[in-house]
Design a protein around this ligand. Structure first.
Ligand SMILES: NC(=O)c1ccc[n+]([C@@H]2O[C@H](COP(=O)([O-])OP(=O)(O)OC[C@H]3O[C@@H](n4cnc5c(N)ncnc54)[C@H](OP(=O)(O)O)[C@@H]3O)[C@@H](O)[C@H]2O)c1
Length: 334
């Protein structure tokens, strides 16, 4: 390949770029070899430098947030264009109703609005449907808890082995709740604290159940999910257990063969922890078997594999790039 027939840079537009997922997308895309951020739209920060809001980006970009109408910005995406929607639940549906997006612009939505695959969206979990993502025009990026939890269960569902209740407890960092201050993200309350919320009713149960049914026809077992708020900023650890008739070796073989060829999802021989994955797009899984109960633990970063990193992974698949392009990121480790 010569320099002249190299794939031209992908032109990226971001809607809702001042929030946590928007900022994380900018951080990743500034270092992606094949993308150019054509615009970063923000209703709240229009006219300000991106580093005035995402202050760690001082020295990395002189990009300015735009608050121009989308119709004026869309021509910037006329060639190899992709639009990321980062404004939040309900806002994506409203934006698309008010702003027709030309059909040649690919869309990746980070909200829950299209995760039921309505309006031509494909659910963007590469470990579940990488081939459908490659040919899609519109991607519904999975939820953060939904990503961490589904990756503990897909190999069992794929083998038709989910034949008992599934029990889940999972803890998320405070960035999962977005940039706006609230009582439950206030430092004084959250620091040195742990709390349960939306027990048995969390909204991500819907997409988890949809996809387990997709792999295991007739799946009708209860999924008992207790989400926790943790007192750290990034990451989700999910502990999931259910009945399993085989040996631990059978389970490890099942998981390793299901995830073979997926660059970010790995099965560990040792217990896993958040510092192995924070700031990366990795998912690490560990398995234990006790009295016929298989415990699968997953760790992810809610803002990378749980949101913006996975969105870039989906973009790479949409544009025929290596799946891990721009996503070889470094964990803190300590
Ligand atoms: N946070 C996560 O870990 C995570 C993981 C997976 C999925 N998601 C989903 O992704 C979507 C966006 O989540 P998010 O965490 O990015 O939400 P967020 O941080 O709360 O940002 C949401 C929007 O708030 C607006 N905003 C208003 N005033 C602002 C200000 N002063 N500073 C910065 N932003 C301001 C921004 O839009 P303007 O730029 O237009 O002002 C931004 O897009 C949601 O649907 C969420 O559920 C989030």
């Amino acid at each position: 390949m010569t320099a002249t027939d190299r794939i031209p840079p992908i032109q990226v537009g971001i809607i809702g770029a001042a929030g946590y997922t928007g900022g994380e997308l900018i951080r990743i895309l500034l270092n992606h070899p094949d993308t150019h951020i054509a615009f970063a739209h923000s209703s709240s920060q229009g006219g300000k430098k991106v580093y005035d809001t995402h202050t760690d980006l001082l020295g990395d970009t002189e990009l300015v947030f735009s608050d121009k109408p989308f119709a004026e910005l869309a021509p910037l995406l006329s060639r190899n264009g992709v639009l990321f929607l980062c404004s939040g639940h309900g806002a994506s549906k409203k934006f698309l109703a008010e702003n027709p997006v030309p059909a040649h612009i690919r869309i990746i939505d980070l909200s829950t609005d299209f995760r039921d695959e309505t309006d031509g969206f494909i659910y963007g979990l590469p470990e579940l449907q990488r081939d459908s993502i490659r040919t899609a025009g519109k991607i519904a990026n999975p939820g953060c808890f939904a990503t961490g939890i589904q990756l503990t269960l897909l190999p069992l569902a794929n083998a038709g082995l989910l034949n008992d209740e599934v029990h889940i407890s999972a803890v998320t960092g405070s960035t999962g709740a977005g940039q706006a201050l609230s009582a439950t993200t206030h430092f004084s309350w959250r620091n040195n604290n742990l709390s349960v919320y939306k027990a048995f009713t969390h909204q991500h149960l819907k997409e988890i159940t949809m996809n387990l049914k997709r792999l295991q026809q007739g799946f009708d077992q209860a999924i008992r999910f207790i989400p926790y708020r943790g007192d750290f900023t990034r990451g989700i650890i999910s502990n999931v257990y259910t009945s399993f008739a085989g040996s631990l070796e059978d389970a490890l073989n099942l998981y390793r063969s299901f995830y073979a060829g997926h660059p970010f999802t790995h099965v560990s021989d040792q217990p896993v922890d958040l510092k192995q994955v924070v700031n990366t797009n990795k998912v690490l899984l560990s398995l234990e078997l006790h009295d016929g109960q298989l415990l699968i633990t997953s760790v992810i970063d809610n803002l990378t594999k749980g949101a913006s990193g996975q969105a870039v992974q989906n973009m790479n698949l949409l544009f025929g790039l290596p799946e891990d392009s721009g996503l070889r990121l470094k964990a803190p480790a300590f």
